[in-house]
Design a protein around this ligand. Structure first.
Ligand SMILES: Cc1cc2nc3c(=O)[nH]c(=O)nc-3n(C[C@H](O)[C@H](O)[C@H](O)COP(=O)(O)OP(=O)(O)OC[C@H]3O[C@@H](n4cnc5c(N)ncnc54)[C@H](O)[C@@H]3O)c2cc1C
Length: 410
């Protein structure tokens, strides 16, 4: 049987739709499948840091997102109790973040893939990955009408999230694994303006974050260490609401707000998977999963969609062998992720910061350049390895007697 598609992409959210879109724009025959129908929600908060917004702009999707009334976020704040750091998270080219509902963001991405020429099938479940002589060659699945369908593809791309059916079939090497560290839960509130701020509240063994989203709503996500996951499940509501009492001024603001949705959330394990092998590739959470505390998943999925599509293109055009192109994709992903992965796991543990880190936080208060750098590090705009380098830390500590200035508005 002839190969029907150059690429079959399983999963049509933040990793899959951009991968399919970019390949279709290159003229490849792409099939994009998802068991979900769109627009639909998924379990995820949705802070889209400035570099992810830059990806949307490059792809021509940002204007469409702005047309949905998604409010911009120009300042990230970090309230440690005794002091608050407030900085601008982005770059001159991409200064602001957003917090779009996944119902809206994912649908815009899917539409962009379809417009680029990808054949989209929603409500299509991939049940099985087809293999011949140790090589992945296609998929078997069914539509919502129950018809069993087989398709063949030159490369099968698993953008199918943490429980990837592709990874399940090919059992790739897993590395740098860490257990779940945090139990996060979120809900939406009305009547809680944040004035363009993504607010983070850090307390011993507790934390929560607040961001403005569509329809005048504000998302509040909060959590506690995974060690308390089972015990606190008995009273999720009470434990969630008690978080806010740790920040009395915020609790006072919340009294004027209205809860508009139920509580949603779950712990996340942390791992890298080797993202390629004969006939298959992984992108997004399927290949690299981490705790959401630093909100990097969407940004990483966008970054890796571009790199993955480039690698597939190089393979199909014969610029590189499949293994060489994919190994370069893996190395770029891992090198670009590891410092943030370590920071993410450290923050997700909710362990109190070591004394030298606490000294650094205090030294940054009022130093706008340092606070912007801190916001940029948390946004993934600059690497934690650079921000926390001995030179930069030394410079911040050296300047800590400098006069203070007001928080940035971006
Ligand atoms: C509580 C929580 C909060 C988070 N907050 C943030 C945040 O603020 N910012 C951020 O950047 N990231 C956040 N993340 C992470 C973010 O949600 C993920 O990194 C992102 O969704 C990954 O996108 P993806 O496309 O790789 O996978 P997914 O979004 O999981 O999409 C996978 C798709 O594959 C489809 N699929 C799976 N299996 C099959 C199959 N067999 N057949 C057909 N279709 C299939 C699914 O239906 C799904 O639509 C959060 C995650 C959690 C859990």
């Amino acid at each position: 049987m002839a190969t029907s598609y150059d690429a079959i992409v399983i999963g049509a959210r933040c990793a899959g739709s951009p991968t399919a879109m970019l390949l279709a724009r290159k003229g490849y025959r792409v099939l994009l499948l998802d068991r979900a129908s769109f627009p639909s929600d998924t379990m995820s908060t949705h802070v889209v840091h400035p570099l992810a917004a830059a990806s949307l702009k490059r792809w021509g999707v940002l204007d469409r997102l702005l047309a949905t009334g998604c409010p911009p976020i120009d300042t990230y704040t970090f309230d440690f109790g005794p002091f608050t750091l407030a900085g601008a998270p982005g770059t001159a080219q991409s200064p602001v973040a957003y917090c779009p509902r996944r119902t809206i963001l994912d649908n815009l991405l899917l539409e962009a893939a379809a417009e680029a020429g990808a054949e989209v099938r929603e409500s299509f479940v991939v049940d099985k990955i087809s293999m011949e002589d140790g090589r992945v060659t296609g998929i078997e699945g069914h539509s919502k009408h129950g018809d069993a369908i087989r398709e063949r593809g030159g490369v099968i791309i698993g953008a199918d999230g943490r429980n990837s059916v592709v990874a399940e079939a090919v059992q790739p090497e897993k590395y740098n694994e860490r257990p779940p560290l945090l139990a996060p839960y979120y809900s939406y509130w009305s009547g809680l303006p944040t004035n363009g701020r993504f607010e983070n509240y850090i307390r011993p063994n507790r934390g929560f974050a607040v961001a403005p989203t569509h329809d005048g709503l504000t998302m509040i996500v909060g959590g506690w260490p995974y060690a308390e996951f089972s015990a606190n499940k008995q009273d999720l509501e009470g434990n969630y609401l008690r978080l806010f009492e740790l920040a009395p001024e915020f609790a006072q603001r919340l009294r004027g707000a209205t809860r508009e949705s139920r509580l949603v959330g779950a712990p996340t394990p942390n791992f890298f998977r080797k993202p390629y092998g004969p006939g298959w590739v992984l992108v997004g959470d399927a290949g690299y999963l981490k705790d959401p505390i630093t909100a990097q998943g969407i940004q990483d999925a966008f970054r890796d969609a571009e790199a993955c599509a480039r690698a597939v293109d190089e393979t199909l055009t014969g610029v590189q062998t499949f293994d060489a192109a994919m190994e370069a994709y893996r190395q770029a992903r891992d090198a670009g992720s590891v410092a943030m992965y370590d920071l993410t796991c450290q923050l997700a543990s909710m362990a109190p910061p070591p004394p030298e880190m606490q000294q650094l936080f205090a030294a940054m208060a009022g130093n706008q350049k340092a606070m912007n750098g801190f916001a940029q590090m948390n946004a993934g705009t600059i690497s934690p390895a650079d921000f926390l380098s001995p030179q930069n830390v030394g410079a911040i500590l050296g300047e800590s007697g400098a006069p203070t200035s007001g928080p940035s508005q971006g």
